[in-house]
Design a protein around this ligand. Structure first.
Ligand code: FAD
Length: 316
């Protein structure tokens, strides 16, 4: 069975959920082989095996991550040449998409980004893409070279399947051309204890309707184990960090459940969340445009609705 390469997304060996999703998808197409770059493999191995990675190609040299994404594209190109995989899967994050694009050029292969579904098809790979900020879904397939596919977070439910995760340390040195830019400092974000916004299964966002008090939004999010997002109005007002902004000029999220609290539903906000599987809004204006989009709407004051919902969830 042909190998399917999955680029592992991890922080010091803590494997992100997107990787278990990609390994699940890879099993539909062939035999998953993980590609692990950087330190922390011992911590990652169990997770990679649990989600079905049969092999793990790894590169420990810190040089690969020191020079942004270009060396990773070179590494994957080398593996494509050596292993002739059935496909290469990467997360559809800004970094993942840059790696995928560079890899597609190096291997003269077709590239599909923002895939929300990937299935084996006759002699190839069939994908569904979400484009124009979720306004259209497009069916696409790669017709040249190795299918390079960047898959959006939450596009598959991770399914366990024991794999051997037999590791092979690769001898890889980035070319001089790949060393054109270097990371000079890297500071971890202050930990909130909440899931990462773009990969969370549930996102609760607050807007101008919070009037700057996100405590009820955060309490509700915590009762659900959700990430917290914000509209640009809330971010511009300095009420919530820019890294939490959802929308056209913020992050694109596609969780199982998105709850918009005190957010009107401007087109630029929708651009970042309208592909969410289920959308709920809490807004005191029953004519707010967000209600055109929702699966469930609550007309009410978020300062009254959210504490009641939080209490009910905690009591359940
Ligand atoms: P508002 O539109 O002011 O809505 C506040 C809502 O809260 C209202 O519907 C109101 O009824 C409700 N409300 C008030 N009090 C309560 C209460 N107590 N309980 C319940 N409901 C209450 N916006 C983004 O979000 N993300 C982006 O990435 C983004 N990019 C942009 C890019 C460009 C180029 C431009 C021009 C704009 C962009 N915007 C973006 C801004 C966007 O157009 C809106 O201005 C913004 O989304 C509005 O945020 P909001 O819904 O929080 O505020």
């Amino acid at each position: 069975m042909a190998e399917v390469l999955v680029l592992v997304d991890h922080v010091d060996g803590k494997v992100r959920k997107t990787t278990s999703e990609l390994l699940t998808i890879a099993r539909r197409l062939g035999e998953p082989s993980a590609v692990f770059v950087g330190a922390g493999f011992d911590a990652a191995k169990e997770t990679l095996a649990r989600f079905g990675a049969e092999k793990v190609y790894r590169v420990e040299s810190p040089e690969v991550l020191e020079h942004l994404v270009v060396p990773q594209a070179e590494l994957l190109a080398q593996l494509v040449a050596d292993k002739a995989p059935a496909a290469v899967l990467v997360p559809s994050s800004p970094e993942g998409k840059e790696i995928a694009a560079r890899l597609a050029i190096k291997t003269e292969s077709g590239l599909i980004t923002d895939a929300v579904d990937v299935q084996a098809a006759d002699g190839g790979v069939a994908t569904t893409q979400s484009v124009f900020a979720g306004s259209y879904t497009v069916s696409a397939t790669v017709t040249k070279g190795t299918p390079i596919i960047a898959v959006k977070p939450n596009s598959a439910t991770p399914e366990e399947a024991a794999g051997a995760a037999a590791d092979e340390v690769l001898d890889f040195t980035p070319s001089d051309a790949a060393k054109g830019a270097k990371v000079t400092e890297s500071k971890p974000k202050q930990a909130t204890g909440r899931p990462e916004l773009t990969e969370a299964a549930i996102v609760v966002s607050g807007g101008r309707g919070t009037a700057g008090d996100f405590s009820k939004v955060e309490d509700f999010a915590d009762s659900l184990g959700a990430a917290v997002g914000a509209s640009r109005a809330a971010v511009d007002a300095g009420w919530y960090p820019h890294t939490s902004q959802v929308g056209q000029t913020g992050k694109q999220v596609s969780p199982q459940l998105y709850v918009a609290c005190g957010i009107s539903g401007a087109i630029q906000h929708r651009a970042g969340m309208q592909t969410s599987k289920t959308i709920v809004a809490v807004n005191k204006d029953n004519e707010a445009p967000i209600f055109e989009l929702v699966d469930f709407g609550v007309v009410g004051d978020l300062f009254s609705v959210l504490p009641q919902a939080t209490d009910a969830i905690k009591a359940a």
